[in-house]
Design a protein around this ligand. Structure first.
Ligand code: NAP
Length: 275
């Protein structure tokens, strides 16, 4: 078996063309506000990639950079201003923020109509209940990728390794909504290898290079790797998988471009809802 490569880079590029056409139909240019707190170089790169994607599709962006010493109150005040700014249709608060900030309070301060990165508690709850909401960008991008490649989900056993609020938990809810049987694993899971070996679909969202070993994964599985580490490693070891699994996401070029694509797609949707 030769694995189907779930090419997020190519799909994101293709979808950007469609997004550009939709942006051109709007009277007012959609604007995504990005908030970067502190000087973490990786976060700065991620934010710049999101701003670049806005530029490629004709959307506007407003970049807000706050110092490392920013307080929760200061960040809340910035979010409040953006909530009431009629030119801004989406707000991205780059995760993680410095430790002194109450990140959950700040995420939850984002107006639900502008929560295009899908980080609010309310948005998560609505999504989990199957109500209209912008999904958390990374799992939403993964779902778009699986859909594009016609990966069957109904009745499949999906394992999500990781339960973070922005990735593992919403991923599990989205797969459940798509009628998978879902197991969520985390740092206290006993015998991760055995859990993973039972899965038809494995999602690596653990943040540790190649923690999920190739030998744990069963033949014919679908492998989705959200991780990206130095040296091009993901959260899942790929050794030999290309010859025995049904499909897999490359690292890089799989989940990452789809995350950005989900963010800008949802920004455009927010603008269309406002228009
Ligand atoms: P996170 O907040 O650090 O969460 C990691 C999760 O993995 C936690 O739930 C943790 O369990 C679990 N975990 C840690 N060690 C484990 C172990 N030994 N066995 C089983 N589970 C373990 O990370 P995140 O923000 O969700 O990100 C996860 C990965 O996705 C990272 O590689 C990150 O770079 C990547 N990511 C990619 C994108 C993208 O756009 N491509 C976006 C976001 C994240 P506990 O809950 O028990 O601590």
């Amino acid at each position: 078996m030769t694995a189907l490569i779930l090419d997020g880079k190519a799909l994101a590029k293709q979808r950007e063309q469609m997004l550009t056409q939709r942006v051109n139909l709007l009277e007012q240019q959609p604007v995504l506000a990005t908030i970067l707190v502190g000087g973490d170089p990786s976060s700065a790169t991620y934010v710049q990639m999101k701003i670049n994607a806005c530029g490629r599709t004709g959307m506007g962006s407003r970049s807000i950079e706050l110092p490392e010493s920013t307080t929760t109150e200061e960040l809340l005040a910035t979010i409040d201003e953006l909530n009431s700014d009629s030119q801004v249709c989406g707000i991205l608060l780059q995760h993680p923020v410095p430790a002194q900030i109450d990140e959950r309070a700040c995420f939850d301060a984002i107006a639900i109509t502008k929560d295009v990165d899908g980080v609010t508690t309310q948005g998560f709850g609505r999504m989990a209940m199957g109500e209209q909401a912008f999904g958390s960008a990374t799992p939403a991008g993964i779902m778009t990728l699986l859909d594009h490649y016609d990966i069957a989900l109904e009745g499949k056993h999906a394992i999500v390794v990781g339960r973070s609020p922005i990735l593992g938990k919403p991923m599990a809810a989205m797969l459940l909504n798509a009628n998978c049987t879902v197991t969520v694993c985390h740092s206290r899971t006993v015998d991760l290898a055995e859990q993973v070996s039972r899965a038809d679909i494995v999602v690596g969202a653990v943040g540790k290079p190649e923690l999920i070993r190739a030998e744990w994964i069963k033949d014919g599985a679908v492998v989705v790797d959200a991780g990206y580490h130095q040296g091009g490693l993901g959260d899942i070891e790929k050794l030999g998988l290309e010859n025995r699994v049904a499909a897999l996401t490359p690292v890089p070029g799989g989940v990452g471009p789809m995350t950005i694509n989900a963010l800008i797609s949802q920004t455009l949707e927010a603008a269309e809802l406002l228009a």
